[in-house]
Design a protein around this ligand. Sequence first.
Ligand SMILES: C[S@@+](CC[C@H](N)C(=O)[O-])C[C@H]1O[C@@H](n2cnc3c(N)ncnc32)[C@H](O)[C@@H]1O
Length: 259
Amino acid sequence: MNNTWAESIYATSRQVKSLEECWFYHSIDLPGFGTVHGGWDLRGRIDDYLGYVDVSGKRVLDVGTASGFLTFEMEKKGAQVVSFDADNEYQIQYPRFKRHVTEQDAKQRLQSIRNNLEKMKNSYWLSHRLLNSNAKVVYGDIYRMPEQIGLFDVVLVSQILVHLRDPLGALIQAGEFSSDVLVITEGVFSNDTPLQKLIPCSDNELGRGWWIMSTGLYREALGLMGFEITSLSTNSYDCRTRKRNINVTTIVAKRKKDS
Ligand SMILES: C[S@@+](CC[C@H](N)C(=O)[O-])C[C@H]1O[C@@H](n2cnc3c(N)ncnc32)[C@H](O)[C@@H]1O
């Protein structure tokens, strides 16, 4: 493969200097700044979150990296990480229906998603610099990840499927980049039948979630994709935005030998 061309898929780093330019999705400890609080505090919980998968010496893809906390923690464990996140506001598909918003509201909403995304990317790049990270970054749409990024020993898909209209399509796409292990950390409900539950209700205020999938759906979908589940564990994590602990399930799946 032509190396110059391969390098060009990676984002250029940003020179971010102040916290004012940033919005942190994750709480993180940064040299010179101390603890910076974000929406979720996963500090000290990385092993639970990754389902105790050993990432040392592994090439890892962090899908939906946000402020990058998981990328930087996996790097600390000796992984070589590529962080992936949305390129622009049009790729973020929070539930919204025409009957709920005027055209003006819709424009403002897109603008606010764009501002948040840019400030979140800044939080990633500030941390990247302060932590001397070597992680590479690719911005794009989860449904169309560039094949030039190559194959990974471990692909991590965490707390992103819930925000997508077609989570199964996105999972299938992400799985194609894993040569060995796929870790999925998401809200999941326990049911052996392959089911997908719609989160928005017509009489409720709309949030940011579309679907929760059942354990049975993950088992069947992963089987179709050539993986088998090796562990499934549910843990509670500090969601500072919602001021409470929230259960999140980590599914570790391994590619079957013949697929
Ligand atoms: C809720 S955060 C998850 C952060 C992190 N993975 C974790 O588990 O703590 C979801 C991330 O997915 C990204 N995202 C949402 N839609 C996307 C899309 N279509 N393509 C790529 N990234 C997307 C968002 O920008 C955000 O950074």
